[in-house]
Design a protein. Structure first.
Length: 344
């Protein structure tokens, strides 16, 4: 079931007996639980109406027994089960706890009208080979929360600002993505901060976003890598010195440059095997937006040059760590040496 469809049902006061929430986007997953909580209870009822379990510590049949027990002093009961052992793909059975999924299957035949069970599965996929997962899927109880891509994240930020009676430009949302990353929790905090500054009816443009959010080390390293690609050594040196003023360690800066170059090299290799951006993200363990940024930058480099840069950085790292060369001066000399290249 689509998350939007599930939320629409909640707003209409309709609750399913069981929800299985899963996916890599924990922020939206948790927001759904909060929306369900608000729809089911008043603020005074929450403490009595919510019961929490973890399948790493408690058997699933205990949660079922709780669902079958009538609630006290409230009309309904919400049972939230954090699960990594019963439904997740690749889940390993916890040796300390023995689960009996058949108990939940039996419960599903005649679920309590006063209880709602929510599984919060922090995994990208469910194990669809299991009878329990198949049955839950047939009953339309599964709600997926995959990570949003860059366009969806920007749209989400603009909508979040609009809900607070503020207008955010696409350029401002793009800058927040670069500076705060693709984590929705951090993005939400940044959007809310900008909304607070703009005031009701205000607007948030890229200039405001730039002034009120801090540039990250990774953002400056991205710009430094761009300068290296374009052989703009004067800009690379200026960015490096700005990082030093912010007390960033030269060894850390070199490591971040190497990491970015390595990702770009891996992307080039995966592109040769016709991997999609989504597949590359899974292969590299990165958010699709980070892959998109790196892929755009990788086109400025030839594969051979990336390999040579990584090899020379590895040698520089060794020299800095062994004291063969001064760390601060060593990286600057390395950047200056790149200016001697005749071309990419």
């Amino acid at each position: 079931m689509d998350a939007k469809e599930a939320l629409k049902e909640l707003k209409g006061g309709r609750f399913r007996p069981i929800y299985v929430l899963y996916g890599k986007d924990r922020f939206r997953l948790q927001q759904f639980i909060e929306a369900l909580t608000e729809a089911m209870f008043t603020a005074e009822e929450r403490e009595l109406g919510i019961v929490k379990f973890d399948t790493a510590e408690t058997s699933i049949e205990e949660a079922v027994l709780e669902a079958e027990t009538l609630p006290f002093f409230v009309q309904r009961k919400l049972i939230v089960i954090r699960d990594a052992a019963v439904l997740a793909s690749g889940a390993k059975e916890n040796s300390k706890v023995e689960h009996k999924p058949e108990k939940l299957l039996q419960y599903m035949e005649y679920p309590s009208e006063t209880s709602v069970i929510v599984f919060a599965v922090h995994a990208e996929k469910l194990d669809e080979r299991r009878k329990l997962v198949k049955t839950l899927k047939d009953r339309n109880s599964l709600v997926a929360f995959p990570e949003l891509d860059a366009a969806q994240l920007k749209q989400w930020m603009i909508k979040r600002a609009a809900e607070q009676n503020r207008t955010m430009t696409a350029e401002a949302a793009e800058l927040l993505l670069v500076r705060a990353g693709a984590g929705m929790q951090q993005l939400a905090q940044e959007v809310d901060k900008l909304c607070l500054h703009a005031g009701s009816g205000g607007s948030i443009d890229v200039e405001q976003a730039s002034l009120l959010t801090a540039a990250t080390v990774e953002e400056d390293v991205f710009a430094l890598v761009d300068a290296i690609a374009e052989l703009r050594i004067d800009r690379a040196i200026r960015l490096y010195r700005e990082l030093l003023i912010r007390r960033e360690e030269p060894i850390k800066i070199a490591a971040l440059i190497a990491r970015q170059l390595r990702i770009m090299l891996q992307i080039k290799e995966l592109e040769q095997h016709h991997y999609s951006p989504q597949q590359m993200a899974g292969q590299l363990g990165l958010h699709p937006y980070a892959v998109k940024l790196a892929a755009d930058k990788s086109r400025k480099f030839q594969t051979v040059r990336l390999g040579k840069l990584l090899a020379s950085l590895a040698e520089l790292d060794y020299q800095m760590k062994t004291g063969a060369i001064d760390k601060t001066l060593g990286l600057e000399l390395y950047l200056l040496s790149l200016g001697m290249e005749k071309g990419a």
